[in-house]
Design a protein around this ligand. Structure first.
Ligand SMILES: Nc1ncnc2c1ncn2[C@@H]1O[C@H](COP(=O)(O)OP(=O)(O)OP(=O)(O)O)[C@@H](O)[C@H]1O
Length: 259
């Protein structure tokens, strides 16, 4: 067992009806590690992130986040299903950036960022505003603070979504295909922000992306998912150039040399 792990899945099963999406998944991310999940469509990549954000529950197994069970609580030495209060506490450990930016359309950019710190962390409006401005600067959008999301490009909206997640100061950031809804010319600005975060901040990052070149640059480790399990993982220089498994090779060949 890996004691460094800040995220640890142990024999996690997730089913949707008759379909087993995660099949006794063992998976971990160490503190400070940048990990990218790649794999075929339907292999369970997004489900892993959605389970971590408590948007989906699990059928079997145990997940630990920051040393505590996520979907369970310890009562009298045994694990029982987590209460809503426990899930709320655990959610604060993580921030998530979705494919669709999910900003509140009727709020300004700054307000989008201050809402959760005020309501969840109980910061004063003044503190939350200062914090919002700090993160808007980090994502290069200070001059857009008073605009509404519809007045921004997709790339800018996604950078606001990143600032919004960071404003909760989570130890772990989850990115679910953060550039796949963007026009190609807007992908770079979002990747640049994520890359800067990876290099300059002491965050644990777990990313699902089809941007292989980017994954190679920022990741400490790549996990190849197949049928709800990690088929193989390794540092990018190894996994992209000398994958051990035939399935990984097939996937990478099809991906890097589409017909
Ligand atoms: N809420 C749901 N209800 C029913 N089935 C679902 C639900 N969410 C996901 N699935 C199914 O679970 C499987 C895994 O989905 P998931 O989104 O995790 O795959 P993925 O590896 O992220 O794929 P992609 O690269 O296409 O996004 C898919 O077959 C999907 O159709």
């Amino acid at each position: 067992m890996n004691e460094q792990a800040i995220i640890r899945f142990e024999r996690v099963v997730k089913r949707f009806g008759d379909v087993t999406v995660l099949d006794e998944l063992d998976f971990h991310v160490d503190k400070g590690e940048k990990v990218t999940i790649i794999g075929p469509s339907g292999s369970g990549k997004s489900t892993v992130l959605r389970i971590l954000m408590t948007l989906e529950d699990i059928d079997e197994g145990v997940i630990h986040v920051a040393g505590k069970p996520l979907w369970h609580e310890e009562r009298n030495g045994t694990l029982v299903p987590a209460s809503e209060a426990h899930l709320r506490r655990m959610r604060k450990e993580m921030g998530m950036v979705f494919q669709q930016f999910n900003l509140f359309p009727h709020m300004t950019v700054r307000r989008n960022i201050t809402e959760a710190p005020v309501h969840v962390l109980k910061l004063s409006r003044h503190e939350a505003r200062q914090r919002a401005d700090e993160y808007l600067e980090l994502v290069g959008l200070s001059e857009h603070a008073d605009k509404f999301p519809s007045q921004l490009s997709g790339g800018q909206q996604q950078r606001v979504a990143i600032a919004r997640a960071l404003a909760m100061r989570p130890g772990i950031m989850l990115f679910d295909e953060p550039t796949s809804a963007l026009d190609p010319e807007l992908v770079g600005e979002v990747l640049t922000v994520i890359q800067r975060l990876a290099q300059e901040h002491d965050l644990t990052m777990l990313l699902v992306t089809h941007e292989m070149q980017f994954a190679k640059q920022i990741s400490d480790r790549i996990c190849f998912f197949d049928k709800g399990r990690v088929l193989e993982d390794g540092p990018p220089e190894q996994l992209f150039t000398e994958p051990r498994e035939a399935r990984t090779r097939e996937f990478l060949n099809a991906f890097l040399n589409p017909a």
